[in-house]
Design a binder for this molecule. Structure first.
Ligand code: AN7
Length: 380
């Protein structure tokens, strides 16, 4: 039997580096183990020579990286006897929470912004039986309410302030090192709450540490002696680069943003929850933050689909948009190895895709002659 045939989810694969008790009932949908793909055509268009990879997190069971955190958070919630989970969400967390709650037999309450949530994500939460609460406010309003609510109601919060979420998400960094055979030189991610960039850094640090060595203060988990640093798997760690959408870029402004706006609704977040940790990630890794306009984000999404056949949602393309600019501008060194995380699947947001699509959609009569004419007239 091939090793892939036996893949049973990221908790089993990385169990010795996760806070899971031996007798825990594992709630899994076989998340993780996502494609790590070297780009072929986009690098040829760049003025500089680089090795550019994407980690296609859109191929998780509910179509985003959130599943990595959710399998751990919901497994823990079940172990602790919880009967319901709750989150505020720009869409992907709600889709993931709803799915893992359904699997575990828990109730999921999801608080989403009024409008500004991609259709696919709403469809998922509704189909997966979550109680969907749409508020007349944005994500930041929702999270403020949910954080207060869990002090008064017997429900477990599964936003990334739940530390088990980042513990699950750190496994994406393990997979990259395992696939590449070493850590990349740069790792680029879209940043909303900054949980995922923090989780990746934790993962890289744990893989580089040996025998309890704690290499980052961004991990609030171990308190100085890392239980998951064993044999050092990699001898280096990447420079971490976080890109935000211009209308929702608190890390660029240096303060919280009250009315975030961007076409990339997943990262329409003005009050990042992992604010302190993400600054530590930047400092410890020697990285930086930058911003991309909505036009740059959409252009990168389209380029990736057209030139590589990889369809991600707008927010995800922020990593590639920023990386291409920093490669061309020389901020990312020539001949380096770069990984861009594609956080969510393009099918999450069909409206955004169709709105910017320029591909030919021809309407012709249902005859051989007409179809043939349409084909011969459009040969490259
Ligand atoms: C596709 O679902 O916050 O910086 O509520 O869905 O860890 O917040 C989504 C975030 C990037 C940002 N890309 O990650 C939610 C939510 C996609 C996302 C992010 C999100 P963080």
């Amino acid at each position: 039997m091939s090793p892939l045939a036996r893949y049973t989810g990221l908790i089993e694969r990385y169990r010795d580096r996760l806070p899971i008790d031996d007798d825990a009932e594992i709630i899994t949908l076989r998340e993780g183990n996502t494609p790590f793909i070297r780009l072929r055509n986009i690098p040829r268009r760049l003025a500089k020579e680089v090795q550019l990879y994407v980690k296609y997190e859109g191929l998780n069971p509910t179509g985003s990286f959130k599943d990595r955190g959710m399998t751990v958070a919901v497994t823990k919630a079940v172990a602790e006897g919880s009967r319901a989970i709750v989150c505020a969400s720009t869409g992907n967390t709600s889709a993931s929470a709803a799915a893992y709650a359904a699997r575990a037999g828990l109730t999921a309450f999801v608080v989403i912004p009024d409008g500004k949530i991609a259709q696919g994500k709403l469809a998922q939460a509704l189909m997966e039986g979550a109680v969907v609460i749409q508020i007349k406010g944005n994500f930041d309003d929702g999270l403020r309410i949910v954080k207060a609510l869990v002090k008064e109601a017997p429900v477990t919060i599964v936003n990334s302030i739940n530390p088990y979420r980042l513990q699950g998400q750190k496994t994406a960094a393990f997979e990259i090192v395992d696939d590449l055979g070493r850590a990349p030189d740069y790792h680029c991610l879209p940043v909303g709450n900054a949980g995922n960039i923090t989780a990746h850094w934790i993962g890289y640090c744990e893989y580089a540490g040996a025998h309890g060595e704690c290499l980052t203060s961004a991990c609030l988990f171990c308190g100085g002696k890392c239980p998951y640093a064993r044999n050092a798997v990699s001898d280096k760690r990447p420079v971490m680069v976080g890109y935000q959408a211009t209308g929702a870029a608190p890390f660029m402004r240096g303060h919280m943003v009250d009315q975030p706006e961007t076409v990339a609704t997943a990262i329409r977040i003005g009050h990042p929850q992992s604010w302190e940790q993400a600054w530590k990630v930047q400092e410890e890794s020697g990285g930086w933050f930058d911003e991309c306009t909505d036009d740059e984000i959409l252009a990168a999404q389209k380029l990736l689909a057209e030139k590589e056949g990889i369809f991600c949602e707008p927010a995800s393309a922020t990593s590639l948009a920023g990386a291409m600019r920093d490669i061309e501008g020389g901020k990312i060194a020539e001949n380096s190895t770069i990984v861009c995380t594609l956080t969510g699947h393009g099918l999450k947001d069909p409206d955004a895709a169709i709105r910017q699509s320029t591909g030919p959609l021809l309407r012709v009569d249902a005859t051989l002659a007409e179809v043939k004419r349409a084909i011969l007239g459009n040969m490259a």
